[in-house]
Design a protein around this ligand. Structure first.
Ligand SMILES: [Zn+2]
Length: 91
């Protein structure tokens, strides 16, 4: 049975894009091709690390999103200011 491991897992917009849609193409809008590829590898690595031991991330309640935050992303640890999106870590 699915159980909640962390019900307040706040991720940055980049992580959300991959968690929600498995899509990193949006990175190209901000970065050149090489940086986007490096960032995508970093993101996928962070997400895989969060989902180790059979855990998995699901997109949470958008009502708990923060439009602007300087706290670090719970997934990739970026501290770049920006939006943080509510996810839930399940097992
Ligand atoms: Zn992130």
């Amino acid at each position: 049975m699915a159980k909640i491991v962390d019900d307040h897992f706040m991720v940055c917009a980049d992580c959300l894009m991959i968690i929600a849609n498995d899509d990193a193409t949006g990175l190209d809008h901000f970065l050149d091709e090489e940086s986007a590829a490096a960032r995508e590898r970093e993101l996928r690595h962070s997400i895989a690390a969060a989902q180790r031991d059979g855990n998995y991330l699901v997109v949470g309640d958008s009502g708990q999103d923060e439009e602007f935050s300087t706290s670090s992303c719970d997934c990739c640890n970026t501290s770049l200011a920006g939006s943080r999106h509510h996810c839930v870590l399940m097992t």
